[in-house]
Design a protein around this ligand. Structure first.
Ligand code: DC
Length: 232
């Protein structure tokens, strides 16, 4: 693809397949991929381990600033690192997932992590970035902004499958209630609530396969940017 900068955002609730879609799309377009939920999960892990109150925004912001929170871009997908420690799989555990909603609701922490995300985009300006607020808050001027949604039951099913494939013990009811609880918290929080950004493209993946979602996004990107992508 052309070497000029291009930012593509994908927002949406938990379990819509954003991470998988973002990875496949970035591979297809020869771009980098940023999973911003990993940053919130890594800070939640730090809070768990240090006994920090998940509602203490200023303390969480200090934690996030003090440690060297970064991605190892030599891995595929890029590994979430706290200093030299690869926490990519630890941050997917249920204790971290349960903690992450209050942590992600703290505006002081969000300010620090928004800055970190914009720094990544400066260094890696051809970026597919996914999360809850990428098109609404962090990159409102992105070249193309998507909002990926799906039925709750389908999302719980997908998350269960993803966890069982990763070798984790799966409790479907616990996963469904975790998704429901996080949706509620993500949508109702004061700081950067989950919303479909105005002017973004809605994609409902309930009855679409991963490949179909990626195809549809790639078509929209072609249409909007008018670019020719070498890898597509
Ligand atoms: O996408 P995920 O499940 O890994 O996200 C973990 C949590 O972090 C989720 O509860 C929402 C929050 N999050 C957020 O508030 N803003 C983002 N940009 C990414 C994730």
């Amino acid at each position: 693809m052309a070497s000029s900068s291009c930012i593509i955002t994908i927002d949406g609730p938990a379990g819509t397949g954003k991470s998988s879609v973002a990875r496949l799309l970035s591979q297809r377009l020869g771009m980098d991929c940023l999973d911003t939920g990993s940053l919130y999960r890594a800070v939640s892990l730090l809070a768990l381990e240090s006994g920090t109150d998940p509602e203490d925004g200023p303390a969480l912001a200090i934690l996030a600033r003090e440690v060297n929170l970064h991605f190892d871009w030599s891995q595929d997908p890029p590994a979430m690192q706290i200093g030299d420690r690869d926490v990519s799989s630890r941050i997917r555990d249920l204790d971290v997932s349960t903690m992450v909603s209050p942590v992600a609701s703290q505006p002081e922490l969000r300010a620090v992590l928004n800055e970190a995300q914009r720094m990544v985009a400066q260094r890696r300006p051809r970026l597919v970035t996914e999360g809850r607020d990428q098109g609404s808050v962090v990159f409102p001027d992105a070249d193309v902004r998507f909002f990926l949604d799906a039925d709750e039951e389908v999302r719980a099913q997908r998350r269960s499958l993803q966890m069982s494939r990763g070798g984790a013990k799966v409790d479907k009811d616990a996963i469904r209630s975790d998704i429901r609880r996080r949706d509620k918290s993500d949508r109702s929080r004061q700081a950067a609530p989950l919303v479909q950004p105005e002017g973004s493209i809605l994609i409902d993946s309930t009855s679409l396969t991963l490949d179909e979602v990626v195809d549809r996004m790639a078509e929209e990107i072609d249409r909007i940017t008018g670019r020719v992508w070498e890898n597509s």
